[in-house]
Design a protein around this ligand. Structure first.
Ligand code: SAH
Length: 225
C-alpha cells in the first residue's frame, strides 16, 4: 500500500474534477469495488501519456503510447483489477508494463507489485513516472514476461496485459495455490477473451469474463527501443 502522507503531488481542481467524472462513468458502467475505483481516481493518468495526448487522459479509451503500444482503457483496467480481487497484503506480478498506469493502480491495491516489460524505453519511462508519483511499492523489470519473474515468485495474483494464444506455463508455476491470474487469451489483431484462472489444489479453473482487444504478447525482450 502507498503511504498516504507521501502520495502523488497535488492535482489541479480541473484534474480532480476530470478524474471524479471518469470514476462516476466507470461506476455507471458497472464497476463496484470501492478500493479499485478509489485507486483509479488517485492515479493521474495524464502522467502516463505523451504531452500531445494528455488532454484525453480522463476519457474512457485506450490511447497510443511509446514503442507502438497502448495504455489500456480505464474501464478495462478497472474490470481486470476488480476481477483479480487484490488484497492489501498481496504480492502481484504484471506482464506488460506499457505506460505503467495499471501497475500504479495495483500499487494502491497490493502490498508489493512487480511488473515486466519487453521494451527498455517503456520500462524506463514507467519507472520514472512511478518514482515521480512516489508509488514505491511497484518495481519495474525489463525482460521477457513470458518467463514470469522467478526471483520474486510465488505471486498471489498475476495480471497479463498483452494477448497470447495461451497463458505461458511459467506464470501458473509462479502463482500460489489459491491464487488468481487474469489474461486476455486469443489471437492477436482481433478480439480476445478475458479469462480469470484460479489455481486450486485440483488444478486450474477457468472463467471467461468479457471480450477485449489487447496488443500482442511477444516472446523475448525487444532488441531495439
Ligand atoms: N498495462 C499497460 C498496457 C499494456 S500494453 C498500461 O497500463 O499501460 C501491453 C504491453 O505488453 C506492451 O507494452 C508490450 O510491449 C508488453 N509486452 C508484450 N509482450 C511482452 C513480454 N513477453 N514481456 C513483457 N512485456 C510484454
Amino acid at each position: 500500500m502507498i503511504d498516504e502522507e507521501d502520495g502523488p503531488p497535488e492535482p489541479t481542481p480541473q484534474e480532480v474534477e476530470a478524474r471524479a467524472a471518469l470514476v462516476l462513468q466507470l461506476r455507471k458502467q458497472g464497476l463496484r469495488d470501492r478500493r479499485v475505483l478509489s485507486a483509479i481516481e488517485r492515479v493521474p493518468r495524464r502522467f502516463f501519456l505523451t504531452a500531445k495526448l494528455q488532454r484525453h487522459a480522463y476519457e474512457d479509451r485506450a490511447l497510443p503510447i511509446e514503442c507502438g503500444q497502448t495504455i489500456s482503457q480505464p474501464y478495462v483496467v478497472g474490470m481486470m483489477s476488480e476481477a483479480l480481487d487484490v488484497h492489501a497484503d498481496h504480492k502481484v506480478l504484471e506482464i506488460g508494463t506499457g505506460s505503467g498506469f495499471q501497475a500504479a493502480v495495483l500499487g494502491y491495491l497490493a502490498a508489493e507489485v512487480h511488473t515486466v516489460e519487453r521494451y527498455r524505453t517503456l520500462a524506463d519511462l514507467a519507472r520514472e513516472r512511478l518514482s515521480a508519483l512516489k508509488i514505491d511499492n511497484v518495481t519495474v523489470h525489463f525482460g521477457d514476461g513470458m518467463l514470469g519473474l522467478s526471483e520474486h515468485a510465488p505471486y498471489d495474483r498475476i495480471i497479463v496485459t498483452a494477448a497470447g494464444a495461451e497463458v505461458p506455463k511459467a506464470l501458473f508455476d509462479q502463482l500460489v495455490v489459491g491464487g488468481k491470474l487474469i489474461a486476455p487469451v486469443g489471437a492477436s489483431g482481433g478480439i480476445q477473451e478475458l479469462v480469470l484462472f484460479e489455481k486450486t489444489s485440483r488444478g486450474i479453473e477457468k472463467h471467461a469474463l468479457a471480450a477485449v482487444r489487447f496488443v500482442p504478447l511477444v516472446e523475448g525482450a525487444a532488441v531495439r527501443l
